[in-house]
Write a protein that binds this ligand. Structure first.
Ligand code: URA
Length: 284
């Protein structure tokens, strides 16, 4: 029994913290026949349902290769064509609602297949300030909202410290689907998702952008600089239509939870943000 506990802890520490199937699969038990395998529903709603992984193929009964349910399903292994498709789709979204619907339909990013929900945004899309993190974690995946877990609670406190809350801010992530086990998104996954967040920023048209953590700064500010050098300095995010949005890279709340001594740096960044918002109000 304690071995089992240790194994479960090991799984959880490794990021495998969720059961993906309702029934355990006894891969060492009597072999199942091919027809006993549950059929995968064709094109189920991947945004609301837990992903139904294809049953493990029977070793003695070779499974026939399953054709993709749609041409897009082939993109379970991401490639550059999907990044091009994403750019084209995102460009054509005329509103945030349209963009959300497009993303919900988009099958070109493999992360969608393991995520429970699309975590598109939270807060007020007309807010003056937009915060963009890296990718949803477990709680965000369950609720379909960005920054609602431990990092989100800290973000709420940071917002409150400068007189903001989720009603006065718009919140999103570069990647809108949780990477399995919270692994780091691959460069190609980021490349595929980037056109959507860039269009989301363009459509929300905030006066100020705040990137949370290094990956978000790198993706949206097109820089390879480290976050500890970059943070606290005003940068600029350029939209596809050429609009320049003042952008402040700051530390990610998850990083601050692990390195509380650096909260003072984030505090400075948030004070600079408060000042900028006040300037914008005075100048309006
Ligand atoms: N970390 C992120 O970058 N985004 C979230 O939504 C949650 C944690």
């Amino acid at each position: 029994m304690s071995d089992l506990r240790e194994l479960l802890f090991f799984y959880a520490d490794s990021g495998a913290d969720e059961a993906l199937e309702d029934e355990p699969v006894n891969r060492l038990g009597p072999k199942r026949t091919a027809h006993a395998q549950p059929a995968e529903p064709a094109g189920g709603d991947r945004n609301t349902a837990a992903p139904s992984r294809p049953a493990a193929p029977e070793r003695s009964v070779p499974a026939a290769p399953r054709p993709p349910a749609s041409p897009d399903m082939a993109a379970a292994i991401p490639d550059e064509r999907q990044a091009e498709r994403a750019r084209e789709l995102a460009r054509n979204a005329g509103s945030l609602e349209e963009l959300r619907a497009l993303l919900a339909e988009f099958d070109g990013c493999n992360l969608k297949f393991t995520a429970k929900n699309l975590a598109f945004s939270d807060g007020d899309p007309t807010a003056k300030v937009m915060f963009v993190g890296e990718a949803p974690g477990r709680d965000e995946d369950i609720q379909g909202l960005p920054f609602v877990g431990r990092s989100g609670k800290l973000l709420d406190r940071m917002l409150a410290a400068i007189g903001l809350d989720r009603g006065k801010a718009y919140i999103a992530n570069v990647i809108p689907w949780r990477p399995p086990g919270n692994r780091t998104p691959t460069p190609l996954e980021t490349e595929i998702c980037r056109p959507f967040i860039e269009r989301q920023i363009e459509l929300a048209a905030p006066k100020v952008l705040v990137t949370l953590g290094g990956p978000s700064a790198k993706a949206l500010l097109r820089t390879q600089e480290g976050i500890l050098r970059m943070r606290g300095t005003w940068r600029s995010h350029t939209t596809a239509s050429g609009r320049e949005i003042p952008a402040m890279p700051t530390l990610h709340p998850a990083y601050l939870l692990r390195n509380p001594a650096h909260k003072r740096l984030a505090w400075r960044d948030f004070l600079a943000l408060k000042l900028k918002l006040r300037e914008l109000e005075d100048g309006a």
